[in-house]
Design a protein around this ligand. Structure first.
Ligand code: GRG
Length: 341
């Protein structure tokens, strides 16, 4: 099965998607199956997800490249810093989720691409700030020295600030065919998820719980939902809103996305313990070194994997109502817990 997935990536490379799959042939592995039939179904779904991300990555990367916008020699320096991280080797999971959710409701990728880029910008700024010495203090990200190692802490801080502001400017470029009410809803969702009740709040608790031997699973779950799942949730619900979903649909997709977002962070915790820095493109083993609250620390590796798998199973059940239309989102959910980096 592993060969199938790797082979799939290699054949995608042959049709010209080199940046995603080149040295990323090990990015995803086939999930361990309970039965041969179940295993084959899972591998097929993961392959659908890989195919989707590969297909959309070109579109997303092109739009991100075009968004780099130095308007004078005086702003060249900050745009260089932004481009260094934004155009780096990210998996583009959040924009892919946004586009897939939009398409589920009949919307087009073109309508959602400004928002998909905005989500990647906010994600990238959170990585730049997270790597700063005053936060998680890391030297390696997306296989390269972190932004502050290359441009200095002052410039890294400002690159993150500029990206956050630019994300909202991007959303304002949503095609006029999408109603202003829907664009405002997207702005509300994404601004809320970026603030004290979302990413910032999650990061605060994450830093506060570092080194605390008494951190409970309940607190850890809250941290993971806020520092990570909120942005995946915003990606899916924003895409749904742009695609024309009604309130009930948006709520349903939000529930789905919170579960896969939590599974995403649990998988991240597992990989930090089990994978090498070379494959991850970021420093492995860091969580244990600083005694960070993680699922493997609190529950062990096997139970962490079980919980991630269970969350994805529950998430997929929520989308059953949509039948085949939810196939892409379901396959992205499988991809999230199968990834190797
Ligand atoms: C948004 C205003 C604002 C501040 C940010 C620093 C901070 C506050 C939050 C940190 C959030 C954080 C870094 C959470 C970890 C999420 C995570 C698992 C990231 C890795 O995502 P991948 O694997 O990375 O998708 P790539 O590089 O593939 O894009």
């Amino acid at each position: 099965m592993e060969a199938f997935v790797s082979g799939y990536l290699c054949s995608a490379k042959r049709v010209g998607e080199s940046s995603f799959c080149g040295d990323r042939a090990r990015t995803y592995r086939a999930p361990v199956s309970r039965s041969k039939r179940h295993g084959v179904k899972m591998v097929t779904e993961v392959a659908v997800g890989i195919n989707y991300v590969l297909e959309k990555k070109g579109l997303i990367d092109k739009a991100l490249e075009e968004s780099i916008d130095a308007r004078s020699p005086f702003t060249r320096k900050i745009w260089d810093g932004i481009a260094y991280s934004l155009l780096g080797d990210g998996k583009r999971i959040r924009p892919a989720l946004c586009l897939a959710a939009c398409e589920l409701f009949g919307g087009s990728a073109e309508d959602a691409i400004p928002t998909a880029c905005a989500l990647e910008m906010i994600h990238t700024m959170s990585l730049i700030h997270d790597d700063l010495p005053c936060m998680d203090n890391d030297d390696l990200r997306r296989g390269k020295p972190t932004n502050h190692k290359v441009f200095g802490e002052d410039m890294a801080l400002l690159a993150g600030d500029a990206l956050l502001a630019y994300a909202f400017e991007m959303i304002s470029k949503t095609p006029k065919s999408i109603s202003a009410d829907r664009v405002v809803e997207v702005l509300r969702t994404i601004s809320h998820c970026s603030g004290a009740e979302g990413l910032v709040g999650g990061q605060v608790m994450d830093l506060e719980q570092e080194g605390n031997p008494d951190c409970t699973v309940e607190t850890l779950r809250w941290i993971h939902v806020h520092k990570t799942a909120v942005l995946l949730k915003a990606s899916v619900t924003s895409g749904a809103v742009i695609g024309g979903a009604n309130k009930d649909d948006v709520a349903r997709l939000g529930e789905f996305a919170e579960k896969i977002g939590l599974a995403f962070q649990i998988r991240d915790d597992v990989l930090d313990e089990t994978q090498t820095s070379e494959v991850l493109g970021k420093t492995a083993g860091k969580d244990a070194a600083v005694y960070k609250a993680t699922y493997p620390r609190l529950l062990g590796l096997a139970e962490s994997r079980n919980q991630a798998t269970q969350l994805v199973g529950e998430a997929k059940q929520i989308l059953e109502k949509y039948g085949e239309r939810s196939a892409t989102l379901n396959s992205l959910a499988d991809l999230i817990i199968s990834r190797e980096k």
